[in-house]
Write a protein that binds this ligand. Structure first.
Ligand SMILES: Nc1ncnc2c1ncn2[C@@H]1O[C@H](COP(=O)(O)OP(=O)(O)O)[C@@H](O)[C@H]1O
Ligand SMILES: [Mg+2]
Length: 329
């Protein structure tokens, strides 16, 4: 995780904080946490928004640094509220973010949670997420881009504007309309401070380059989060989670096969490995294969166990390394 100009003092916070302090802080009686708080104000406050969200977030595999950072942001927001209630000064703060990571590393999922967290904490009024990419911002003639970008920002007001593969805005050079989109975004960030949060996302190297070649940008994004690739074990856990939600299970043999498939995909992937998305796509196909297998077996209504079990033969074939080479030629 890198540290932006206005970045919060993460290291010091992290050292002091035991992993589950969240519940201690949030579940403690409000009166103890804020001795000076007005009882009415405390009663009005939604209880433990982060603890609630954290439960959902905790179900996500890995992402320790992301979870820690979100906790810090939550703490900052909570303290700002307490300070404001106590009549103390609060510093203006920007929360625009950059999410760097390969596809399927959880960026969109986390952005959605960020939107909700900020809404629960009263920073954003709506807490929705507008996902956009280059084509949604960049127009075809002079003036079109500013119009499109403004329109998008209008829709994102009160929520999060999440721009995927944001580096592509800077791809076409000086004459490209992408530059116009960046300028319009920067202007909107100034005109509508804290009315929306802008999250730029993309592959790590491209995002580094993008921020490097736009010197005005890094300081506007105080929160920069790295989303690392998942390990094979984490991907198996992600698969388990996705299947649990859908009330399916992998047989031990199927899990073994999936592990091999993931390892092979990770080893041979020519472009960036697509992490959670690879798992999701593979499992969706597996569920269809299982359904076809169950109908074809022609033994009447399948048992509950049969309906739940994914067997090795249900997992789709992932292309072998040599096939991939052929595809890429
Ligand atoms: N840590 C995680 N735990 C559980 N599921 C995950 C995790 N990270 C990603 N996923 C799942 O992987 C898929 C792709 O995630 P997504 O947020 O769209 O990634 P990105 O936006 O980085 O491409 C989604 O179905 C998401 O729920
Ligand atoms: Mg995404």
């Amino acid at each position: 995780m890198s540290v932006g100009e206005n970045r919060m003092p993460q290291e010091s916070v992290q050292k002091e904080r035991p992993a589950r302090q969240i519940s201690v802080v949030l579940r403690g009686p409000k009166a103890e946490a804020v001795p000076d708080a007005q009882p009415a104000a405390a009663a009005e406050r939604k209880p433990e928004p982060f603890a609630e969200m954290m439960q959902e977030f905790d179900r996500m595999i890995g992402l320790t640094e992301v979870k820690d950072l979100l906790y810090e942001i939550y703490a900052m927001l909570a303290v700002r509220r307490y300070r404001s209630e106590a009549g103390l000064a609060i510093q203006p703060q920007v929360y625009h973010m950059v999410f760097k990571g390969n596809p399927g590393t959880g960026k969109t999922t986390v952005a959605r949670m960020v939107a909700r967290l900020f809404q629960e904490m009263g920073v954003l009024t709506k807490g929705h997420l507008i996902e956009a990419e280059r084509a949604d911002l960049v127009g075809e003639y002079i003036g079109h881009t500013a119009l499109k970008t403004r329109e998008l920002i209008k829709r994102a007001m009160g929520g999060v504007l999440f721009i995927d593969e944001a580096y592509s805005l800077a791809r076409g050079g000086e004459k490209d309309f992408g530059k116009e989109a960046i300028d319009a975004l920067v202007k909107a960030m100034e005109d509508h401070k804290n009315q929306f949060i802008l999250i730029l996302a993309g592959y790590p190297d491209e995002m580094e380059e993008f921020l490097g070649t736009n010197p005005g940008l890094p300081s506007r994004f105080p929160v920069i989060i790295d989303f690392p690739d998942y390990s094979v074990d984490q991907l198996i856990q992600i698969a388990g989670l996705m299947l649990k939600e859908r009330e399916y299970v992998l047989t031990p043999q199927a899990e073994w096969k999936l592990r091999q498939q993931i390892q092979r995909e990770k080893d041979t992937c020519l472009a960036a490995f697509s992490n959670g998305r690879f798992i999701r796509n593979l499992l969706e196909k597996a569920l269809r294969n299982q359904a076809v297998r169950l109908l074809r077996q022609g033994t009447g209504t399948p048992s509950k166990q049969e309906l739940m079990a994914l067997r090795p033969e249900d997992l789709p074939q992932t292309p072998a390394p040599q096939e991939k080479l052929l595809f890429s030629l």
